[in-house]
Design a protein around this ligand. Structure first.
Ligand code: FMN
Length: 221
């Protein structure tokens, strides 16, 4: 059976664009491949405890017999997260931009995984080459020529970790201007924001359909 891993990191449910666009991708996938199993992790509503990363890191540099109970627990949790990822055939990461960077809960989840030797930048990764989708939403706009060009420190970092370090075959579905309806400074851009959102849902649906095809072909091979 095909298994998809989905991570959500928005701190909201009501009105969350990343969740809605990722839903479009997932629904299109499930419509074409209804037997697909989806494993979900929601760090937006259930973040990892803040001590796990430091304990996992310290534990990974400490002999087994010398580890504290907290270090054992943290390493076991990192290994569980790594096992969960390793079982998946494809991935959906739905992650907003907060304060010009990655949400702390998503960063913590990635950092804990990197403490697992399989997901360290020095390892041949067990998920390398598998298809993955990053759905990222930003309230503003950061493209070339905009006043905040170069201020988006979320997208490139996530592409680096997911695409380069973990080696996933990554496609990014981006939504900009999601704050246009609530931020008066962006009022003139509301129409552009609506088009942007519509395009993102359509792209996500195409990605879901294409993923179903790819996974079916891989299954048949
Ligand atoms: C705490 C917080 C910080 C944010 N910081 C930024 C930011 O730095 N730049 C930006 O363009 N949008 C920012 N936003 C807007 C979000 O990126 C935008 O609302 C996005 O759609 C959130 O994802 P969601 O719709 O899935 O919840 C911020 C939102 C919140 C709640």
């Amino acid at each position: 059976m095909t298994t998809i891993f989905r991570l959500d990191a928005s701190i909201r449910y009501e009105g969350s664009v990343t969740r809605a666009v990722a839903d479009s991708l997932e629904s299109a996938l499930l419509a074409a491949a209804p037997e697909t199993q989806v494993i979900r992790t929601d760090v937006g509503s259930r973040p990892l405890p803040s001590t796990v990363w430091a304990d996992a890191l310290a534990g990974s540099h400490t002999a087994d017999a010398e580890r504290t109970a907290g270090q054992h627990e943290a390493l076991a949790l990192a290994a569980d997260l790594g096992d969960e990822l390793s079982r998946a055939d494809a991935f959906i990461f739905a992650i907003p931009m907060y304060n010009f960077g990655v949400p702390p809960h998503a960063k913590a989840w990635i950092d804990v995984l990197i403490a697992d030797p399989r997901f360290s930048p020095r390892s041949a990764n067990p998920i390398a080459g598998k298809p993955a989708f990053l759905v990222i939403a930003r309230g503003g706009t950061y493209g070339p020529g905009t006043p905040r060009e170069g201020w988006d420190h979320a997208t490139e970092w996530l592409k680096l970790i997911l695409g380069k370090i973990w080696g996933l075959d990554l496609k990014v579905v981006e939504v900009e201007l999601t704050a246009a309806n609530v931020n008066p400074a962006l009022a003139e851009l509301r129409e552009m924001a609506a088009q942007n959102l519509e395009r993102a849902h359509a792209t996500a649906a195409e990605c879901g359909k294409a993923l179903a095809e790819r996974l079916k072909e891989a299954d048949a091979a």
